[in-house]
Design a binder for this molecule. Structure first.
Ligand code: AMP
Ligand code: MG
Length: 348
């Protein structure tokens, strides 16, 4: 697959916000008589989960609830580093040679594949650095102005414990080796993994659905009026607006990583939540937001983080290696995308 960068500069107008949200929902068409639409908005995995599901008569009207429970279980039992019962938290606590479930191993395999392919721009061993920045607390901080940056020497120490290449996985023996001091963090792929689980639940149980979990969105099946799904992309430079939307049919995962999603400001400088594993500081690749379109949620989520750190050129190359489409909004407000993405992206 070949790509070329398309630059679209708008004179006088800066491109406004980035995000993917449920634009499809706003455009609900008239369904057939027997169609039932379920809608819900809840919180799980520290983010907002929005669901819109189209059913036919006789299908389970409790599906949104089951999906929510599935997401909460996934976090509590497998993915969380914070909840003690979660397998990932236990791996982090044990260190050294650790026995792990096939379920976690099968998630870690593609995660480490992207880590390697991205040259460590996406690195799930970055846990200790993320903890030092206290990223998960930013949203709840009562006094963000009192926030102190992590001291440089502590950051360098933590960085010495990171590096995807230092960890080894033995799928046959169901074991992994976690070097001393290393902490895993699956925050960059958790929502994408959740979307894959949701998709499995939807199979045979719904005619169509659009479900968002933070910066990741799943489209599934068809709308009752057979119109394509429309997924808005927020402008990172003005979050209340969109730069355009993706028009897609059937099953897709769309993940966006943007510097506006989580950040703190210290002495007039903004520090966001996507860390460059080379420096331990927020990535500074000239990109403000990246949206990835892929068939798989783990992949779209991992790639959005990786591409944000890599920047436009290397990010495009990485996306095409995984047959995913990518769209970048740069600091200058230009939009650059893979050729494949041009088929799906439309401006207002
Ligand atoms: P996302 O919004 O999907 O790009 O994920 C960002 C989250 O992933 C952060 O809140 C951290 O928990 C974690 N993270 C930050 N930087 C990286 C990185 N370079 N590689 C892997 N995970 C990261
Ligand atoms: Mg991500």
């Amino acid at each position: 697959m070949k790509y070329f960068c398309k630059k679209m500069k708008r004179k006088g107008i800066r491109y406004l916000a980035f995000t993917g949200l449920l634009a499809a929902g706003c455009l609900l068409g008239c369904g057939r008589k027997e169609d039932i639409t379920l809608e819900s908005m809840d919180t799980a995995m520290g983010t907002v989960i929005q669901q819109r599901i189209y059913l036919s008569e006789g299908q389970d009207t409790q599906l949104t609830q089951r999906i929510l429970e599935q997401i909460r279980d996934l976090e509590a039992e497998v993915l969380s580093w914070r909840l003690e019962e979660a397998e990932l938290a236990q791996v982090n606590a044990q260190q050294g040679c650790v026995e792990v479930s096939q379920e976690l191993l099968h998630l870690l395999e593609p995660v480490f594949e992207v880590a390697e392919a991205s040259g460590g721009a996406f690195d799930p061993t970055i846990g200790e650095v993320v903890r030092l920045w206290n990223i998960d607390e930013w949203a709840q901080m009562e006094n963000p102005r009192g926030y102190r940056l992590p001291p440089e020497d502590t950051l360098s120490e933590a960085l010495a414990h990171t590096g995807y290449e230092k960890l080894s996985l033995d799928v046959n023996a169901s074991k992994l080796y976690l070097p001393e001091g290393m902490q895993l963090d699956l925050g960059a792929v958790g929502k994408g993994i959740a979307l894959n689980r949701i998709r499995e639940l939807l199979e045979g149980e719904a005619g169509g659905a659009v479900i968002s979990a933070g910066g990741s969105i799943l489209t599934f099946g068809e709308r009752p009026d057979h119109a394509p799904w429309r997924i808005g992309i927020t402008d990172p430079l003005k979050y209340s607006d969109r730069i355009g939307y993706l028009e897609i049919s059937g099953r897709w995962c769309i993940s966006t990583s943007g510097d506006y999603e989580r950040y703190v400001e210290v002495d007039g400088v903004r520090y966001h939540h996507i860390i460059d594993p080379d420096t331990g500081y927020p990535a500074d690749s000239g990109v403000r937001g990246v949206t990835i379109l892929a068939k798989d949620g783990l992949l779209s989520d991992a790639l959005s983080t990786a591409c944000f750190v890599l920047g436009v050129e290397e990010g495009m190359e990485l996306a095409e290696r995984f047959e995913a489409e990518a769209l970048f909004v740069t600091e200058e407000g230009t939009i650059e995308m893979t050729t494949g993405m041009e088929t799906y992206f439309h401006t207002r």
